[in-house]
Ligand binder design. Structure first.
Ligand SMILES: [Zn+2]
Length: 344
């Protein structure tokens, strides 16, 4: 028979007696050298487990036992079918479990943010109707036209020529028509970006930086790579969720609405998104008889141009100016694109 060692105090004297505890048929049996006592469990108040402090078993009729061997005592209670503590409180009793639970919660929160959120955003991005995506683009362009960018200085003939080549590029690849917009901007400088609805915007400054149309097309093909995988929409949805959470916390929706247009420009795509867009562009360019190395050439020029702009102004690059330029992976991307080109 399983027993647990304990000390018994009769409540009348300070004398302690070594006893063995056992539970049988709902009764706690206390056996010592000069003592045999049996009490129904319902008459005994058992103290909660507090670290390594002894558990106290107080008898309704006076007297108590002190138990130091926690593990054996709990095994005894379990064997008898008595579980005065829930699993949760037993877990709380142990700092190791508490620590594990805390670490686990943090890991789950981080995992939801890094994997759960992009996963949901990816699914949601595929379900947004075209009409909604296009109206987001219109809203975006309206907002940036009010300050961030100005009308393009490019001649209509030049715009028409580039639009035609852009159309050929995506048609050869079986991509549905996408809008190409020209703008000028000192703030964002030489730049190109895709909007959630698939509209691609390119600045006069980027076109001026390019040595030829093929370099411009290489950048546009890269942006179409983002469009084909819905990167801008996914990014917008993800930032919106974070933005909405912040808004809920701060209780002010106007700041979210005001920030929405620049949200896309300010967010750098992940390394993975950039590489996928590069790979997409490389294949699109090859189909059109353009070497993927043209994209590498442009990445190099963009990086130099933004670095120069930073030096000139003596200021830290704004987050917008860093777009597509000083990403630490740029050198690696350039190497890969050049390798791609030489295999042709
Ligand atoms: Zn990109």
């Amino acid at each position: 028979m399983k027993t647990v060692n304990a000390n018994y105090f009769d409540g009348l004297s300070a004398l302690q007696q070594a006893v063995a505890l056992n539970i049988a048929q709902g009764q706690l049996e206390v056996r010592g050298e000069k003592l045999i006592r049996a009490e129904p469990l319902s008459n005994i108040r058992i103290s909660a487990k507090l670290g390594s402090a002894p558990r106290l078993l107080n008898f309704a009729g006076g007297g108590h036992c002190e138990v130091n061997n926690h593990a054996d005592f709990e095994a005894l209670l379990r064997d008898a079918g008595v579980l005065p503590q829930s699993l949760l409180s037993r877990m709380e009793g142990s700092w190791r479990h508490a620590l594990t639970a805390t670490v686990l919660s943090i890991v789950i929160a981080i995992a939801s943010f890094y994997w759960g959120l992009p996963w949901v955003a990816n699914i949601a991005a595929g379900r947004i109707p075209d009409s909604v995506s296009l109206s987001i683009d219109t809203h975006f362009l309206d907002a940036v036209d009010k300050g961030l960018v100005q009308a393009s200085q490019l001649s209509q003939a030049r715009q028409k020529k580039l639009r035609k080549r852009f159309d050929n590029l995506r048609a050869m690849h079986g991509l549905p028509p996408h809008q190409l917009e020209f703008r000028s901007s000192k703030v964002i400088g030489a730049n190109a970006f895709a909007l959630p609805g698939g509209t691609v915007v390119v600045t006069d400054q980027l076109i001026a930086l390019a040595s030829n149309d093929e370099e411009v097309l290489a950048v546009l093909a890269h942006e179409l790579g983002h469009v084909s995988e819905r990167h801008p929409m996914r990014q917008l949805l993800q930032s919106s969720v974070v933005g909405l959470a912040m808004t809920w916390y701060l209780g002010d929706i106007s700041s979210l609405l005001a920030a929405a247009p620049t949200m896309l420009l300010e967010t750098n795509y992940s390394r993975n998104f950039e590489r996928r867009a590069d790979r997409y562009a490389a294949s699109m360019l090859r189909e059109n008889g353009i070497a993927p190395a043209r994209l590498a050439d442009m990445l190099e020029k963009l990086e130099k141009s933004h670095r120069g702009a930073v030096k000139e102004s003596g200021e830290q690059p704004s987050r917008i100016a860093r777009f597509l330029s000083t990403h630490p992976d740029t050198a690696e991307r350039i190497r890969d694109l050049r390798g791609d080109g030489s295999r042709q």
